[in-house]
Design a protein around this ligand. Structure first.
Ligand SMILES: [Zn+2]
Length: 214
């Protein structure tokens, strides 16, 4: 039976928190998301740490998928907790890491948003790193548009408390603020890099808009 909507499935929710005994050390792993597109394309977004191979293989099995069923790998940026298991997906036709697009030793030139199949786009959202991207999924099963934004948003609470995303590292705070507002305008739901999915409403958009003038 054909799928009528693009399915967005968080395989593992991201987290980040300080170590209980050593305040200078963080525990962190990214949100790992599967997109099952209406046209049959399977996309994985952010592949956890290099120690998550077995874990990720098991998570995909819960969706009745094998490693070779993934067609495209997208990493929102190149930090180690977002690219660790890319090596598992050697049958995938594309590995997209930030603004770099490759397959084996072939690197493809591109500029602007990358349209994967009409309803799923990879957009440049610089800030956390200058080459960060987000995946925009229109016509999702949740209703409306979902943004898989990597560390553009650390977690929902960073909208009120900007120190959360700033302390998580930002190569350009001004650009990151602009992109955070832009994504909120585009999306009905956001999957942040290190926290649960959240819904975007007008109140939240206005908060992000106001922050730009601070
Ligand atoms: Zn991260």
């Amino acid at each position: 039976m054909p799928i009528l909507k693009n399915q967005v499935i968080v395989l593992q929710e991201g987290y980040s928190y300080k170590d209980s005994t050593d305040a200078t050390t963080m525990h962190a792993n990214c949100s790992c998301t599967l997109i099952r597109c209406r046209d049959g394309t399977n996309i994985i977004v952010d592949t956890l740490t290099a120690w998550d191979g077995e874990n990720l293989t098991t998570l995909l099995k819960t969706q009745q998928l094998q490693l070779h069923d993934i067609h495209i790998v997208v990493c929102t940026h190149g930090h180690s907790d977002h690219v660790g298991c890319n090596y598992l997906f050697q049958q995938a036709r594309l590995h997209i890491v930030g603004s770099s697009i490759s397959n084996r030793d072939l690197y493809y030139e591109h500029s602007g948003p990358l349209d994967i199949h009409g309803e799923v786009l990879v957009e440049q959202t610089p800030g956390h790193t200058l080459s960060c991207v987000s995946v925009i999924v229109h016509n999702s099963h949740m209703g409306g548009t979902v943004g898989i934004c990597g560390d553009l948003f650390e977690r929902r609470e960073d909208i009120e408390d900007e120190q959360i995303w700033i302390l998580a590292g930002s190569e350009n705070e001004k650009q990151q603020r602009e992109q955070r507002y832009r994504m909120s305008q585009l999306c009905n739901f956001i999957i942040p890099g290190h926290g649960p999915i959240f819904e975007v409403d007008e109140a939240l958009r206005s908060k992000l808009k106001l922050k730009q003038n601070v």
